[in-house]
Design a protein around this ligand. Sequence first.
Ligand code: AHR
Length: 614
Amino acid sequence: AQITVNVNTAQKGHEVSPELYGIFYEDINHAADGGLYAELVRNRSFEDNTKAAEHWATVGQSALQLTAKGLLNAKQHQALLVTFRQAGDGISNEGFWGIPVVQGRCYRLSFWAKGKLKGQLRAVLTDATGKHAFASASFAGKSFGNKWTRYEAELVADGNDSRGQLQFLADGKGQLTFDVVSLFPPAFRNRQNGLRPELAGMLYDLHPKFLRFPGGCFVEGQDSPDNAFRWERTIGPVEQREGHWNVNWGYRTTDGLGFDEYLQLAEDLHAKPLYVVNVGIWHGGYTPLDSIQPWIDETMNALEYANGPVTSKYGALRAKNGHPEPYNIQYLEIGNENNQPDQRQQSDHYYERFKLFRDAVLKKYPDMHIIGNVAAWGTDEPKWESKEQTELVDEHYYRSPAWFAEHFHHYDNYDRRGPKVYVGEYAVTQGFGQVGDLNAALGEAVFMMGMENNSDIVRMASYAPIFANVNETRWRPDMIQYDATRVLGTPSYYVQKMMADNVGTRTVSTTLTNPYQIAEAQQQVKPQVCRVGVGTWATQASFAQPSLSAGDGKVEQVGGKVDIRGTWQQANGIVSQQSASEGALRLNPQRTDGNEYTYHVRARKDGGAEGFLV
Ligand code: AHR
């Protein structure tokens, strides 16, 4: 495919937003533990499972038992009691799909332990079989006792294995309880409790102007507010961090990559931190509007921690944790993907929540750039439908390569009188091959050029998500993929880099042909609209056939026979005539109030359909 761009430099446009290209980090697909966070020991605090010490194994005749007795501190809920029955007994940790051992590399080991042991305890970095030692350090048995003590050592490897182990082996009999066992390779910019250099380096190479964190759904959590990101439990010494269940993405996080580490990363990338806060809504529940003050307080405390003087309560805590200078958060997003049509019908009161948060924040930080949520799924034209002022709205687009290419002009006629736009999440998520491909990247590139052309209104944009450990990927595609030793940037990553490296300062007049050769007239065709009465489909509808899938979750096929006729528009812009087809439709949520509702229903190129309430 070939793109032709004709440039008329004589006709100058607007200045390109200096903050246009940033990054969006979320702990998804083991983006933190097992990813960017450089910790090599998996389940270091023995909190991953209440029944078994996952990712730990016995060596020899030793016995392992999780214990909740005499814990290190109140933040730890379990520790590992190891009985060494004979010399050579021990435990081993497999890391995150292997501990990468590299010759000459110096690893920092630390662990907490108490108990009694005859002889020595040896910490050993081994190969995949556990038989060959690359480095070891010894701790005298007599130094252990009833009091928890932190031990540390440096291990310099004299060989290589991508799937190494960390073992603790005893010279004789005894019983020791372990907690917070940690092994770090040298980290990005040599930070303590730092980040995996290759991954952080790839972020650095994007020269992002801002870093949105910590999510995503990760901000919201699922099932319980305990499973949301709560900044206060992610600061301070790692043994004081409780960790939490990242239910959205299916694993427990240590919160070792916490509020300070995110802000430190932004600083190291020379990017402005953009913090997303929870407005008292998680997947599956919410705090009623009249009880959300604690969430507002949590936000205000976070901002004081990040921005306050060292004389303030939380500013002093920041200094105590090693960063006396303020981090200077200037961008705050109020909620993630809240204000969605379905939630609005359940009255999540987003706009009321937004106002309370915004007013509290601007009162103390009048220069804060405030970002609001608009519908993220099921509409190409999300709208801010409130009289409450927001500087920016966060739009999300997960679509096909063709959709992106066709939406080069998406913002050309966007209403310039309302809030500015932050395209906080976008990526090709349909038809992208296994891990992303050039076609996907091209579609994104065309859309990015459209954003850049309109960056008087589109002030900021970030691809999503960034990271995936290939051993456990829940969301595809992701622009940086890795295992313990290897890292891959997809074509989408290199498009992000190319665009960020070559961002201009001012637009000029251009015309282009895109690789999909969509006629302008076809691009302008609007989706069909169908009116739906209770239990009947009143007029013509625009559905894909033969099968109709849930689309964005608001239109479902439930079987039976229904007459679906009329014109429909494929995502590639082609308009087709269709007559009757099999299948019945159900609105989700069901409507029984006797009113008529207008739905946009549009065919997708993959044969499914997507619909949304107008
Ligand atoms: O980027 C993956 C997810 O997509 C994010 O967590 C969420 O904001 C969106 O639904």
